[in-house]
Design a protein around this ligand. Sequence first.
Ligand code: PLP
Length: 397
Amino acid sequence: MRLATRAQNIGASPTLAMNARAKEMKRQGIDVLSFTVGEPDFNTPAHIAAAGIEAIREGFTRYTPAAGIPELKEAICMKLDRDNELQYEPADVIVSNGAKHSIYNALQALVDDGDEVIVPAPYWVSYPEMIKLNGGTPVIIPTAAEDGFKLRPEQLQEHITDRTKAIFINSPNNPTGAVYSRPELESLADILVPRGIVIIADEVYEKLLYDGAVFTSVAALGPEVKEHTVTVNGVSKTYAMTGWRIGYAAAPRVLAQAMANIQSHATSNPNAIAQKAAVVALTGDQTPVQKMLTEFTRRREQMVKGINAIPGMSCCKPEGAFYIFAQVASLFGKTIRERKINGSVDLAEVLLTEGHVALVPGAAFGDDRFVRFSYATSLDVIEKGLLRVKDVVAEAK
Ligand code: PLP
């Protein structure tokens, strides 16, 4: 069978692939410790889960409006106003099957063949693939650790062409944890807005902030910026609801309507039961979010300490999200148990097969000099896993 060119040009998500390998090894009885997936290990808070159960009991199990139930769209508008100083109406909001799907809808609605979409690197693995799937060209701009992995206005300027259609701004960032300050966002928006470039603001990690880091929603910079921005968020990371698959976007009405039309033909509505639970997540008791953050803060301390104690690895303290992007390039060119380490993929492979520790090579995020550890896992796994990494890396010659 000959597949479409677009399918031939796309691989599976490396994060999910690595996680699948770790799971397969576990199934075979191997004690693998995994730092791969960006998924809180907490259960969905009980009051949110109860709302899902109640929805089933009430028979709320049928199709809903394609772009989401009015109750949830109103809850999203309330949340954007409460948390982000953003005023939207329900008609500007589309509920999707996860923030990933919201991003896909936005690209479907925006990108024509040959359009360029700017992606600062390190980036979340799916951005370039989703751009390509929609006929666009990803324009990757590397950012530097010395700049806190943030895009500088001069860099942005250099990469804009008359085909530039959109840009991804992901703050807090996966995989680096970088959080853009308001002035930093303003200096980027000052370049983007006059050129009519659409900002896809991926804000799924907005609640995971450390050491007093302050989150600014891009669209809140002002009415003109808002007119050029699609704000993407979801309940997966904030409320430990990854499997419920509820994300959302708020956008200028013409874009929101186009995204809703596209979704109506591709998937119809997101899961009815999960929508009911998401209403309670956004409008109900927010203390579980704080509790999870407290736990993530402890894990982050332990991760940073543990990684910096491994000769050949180093990392900074991330300001947000739940990942550590650790520098490993000083191990390249060395050999561990007769395996040459030429890059992050080799290192991840050796750590998995020899140390039974799974993590994601930086190459998947657009920077081969790093590996990504997710600390959405227990303190126990962190402690044992980092000891294993240390032991394997100590053999590098
Ligand atoms: N955006 C970023 C930066 C992510 O890391 C993820 C998940 O890993 C998503 C979006 C997608 O989240 P979901 O589709 O579960 O809402």
